[in-house]
Ligand binder design. Sequence first.
Ligand code: SF4
Length: 448
Amino acid sequence: MKFLIVNPWIYDSAAYDFWLKPMGLLYISAMLKKQGHQVQFIDNLDRHTKGIEKYKKPKDKYYGTGKFYTKTVEKPKIINFIDRKFKKYGMPEELFEEKLKSIGRIDGIITGITLTYWYYGGKKTVEKIREFYPDTPLFLGGIYANLYPDHSRKTFNDLNTHIINGNGVQSLNQVLKYYNTEMINDYDWFEEILLDYSEYKKISYAVILSSIGCPYKCTYCSTPNMWRFKYKSLDKIRQELGMILKNHPNIKNIVFFDDAFLLRPDLEDMLFMLKDFNVNYHLPNGIHAHRINQKLSDLLKEAGFKIIKLGYETSNPDMQKKTGNKVTNLDLMNAVKCFKQSGFDMKNIGAYIISNLPGQKINELYEAIDFCLDLGINPNINEYTPIPGTKDYLELIEKNILPKNTDPLLLNNTYIPYWWEKGISKQELEKVKLYLKQKKKAIENERI
Ligand code: SF4
């Protein structure tokens, strides 16, 4: 059978291609091909997609990241009060139409939405697909569909969309069952399926996973609810990397999107193995600082790791314990000391801080920023988003701190400070961001 897989546009007030690749859809594509089906793939967020030059010359910034093509669009009513521009990120509409026209006959369409507050972009994408394929069966999966099954059904009901729950083989089998075609025996898809990136003609980086899930259970994080922690064998990782770099010899950046990259027991062996490939590696998802020791830090450096983000979130020890005990201030200090000793470029080492965590005091944000800057690393502030199913979310609902059935668009972390009276206000947050900006500038000036 012939399937079309589409990675939807993003509709938001800010988005940047900080190594965004639709991993779930790429896995689905590879699994379908393994079953003998044909797949055509349109990634609306592929900055180098064929035909884009007519609209914008694609330009890569540091380590293959870059800005999306954007267009300001009308805001949906529910966020009309937010004084931020609302934009469509990704392929120009006309180009998407051209691609849809050229696809020809297909038996089914598969799409997926990751961040829950990006459902609006998913809806706009499906609306466009329906102009060209009004009756072709269309399946929507991904994190949004899993976390908001009722909202998904309601939102996509008039677009005649099948909402798919679950992940991996389980979710794909729901699609195959619809066609009464051979289902996939439950093989270990994470071990067996290798991403080959053959869907992309030109690509400046590749994203892979050496593990999925995480054994921790942080109160604000949905990862443990979605996956059981498991890791790919070293042989398969070597094979996958070899294949990607053979098909795309220009790729110089490999990004591990693992949630728990450092937690596999054979980590040292993996880092030795990674040295064999002449590429930069990056770890943009906060790593576990407590795992870093001098030997591991040296191995990371020798293997070619560049951008490394540490999962820090808060400097308050009580809050660190209460939210999952994944890190302490001492862990962060030790990790940074090791990275310095190994000779990392400290401009590339960062730590994530969450703002607006339930119960967080504003001064904790300033303390966390100062702590990171004093260590000589780059703090990145991420606004908190309540995610259904997490301990924090359930508590917020139970205590009536967050209205039940809040539209996911309003839970966009950028928008929450505009309306959530129980959290840190927009003005307070702006002050924090300004403080960070000024301190960073002062440090820069001192360096000069
Ligand atoms: S350590 Fe990271 S991935 Fe694991 S549960 Fe906590 S926040 Fe989520």
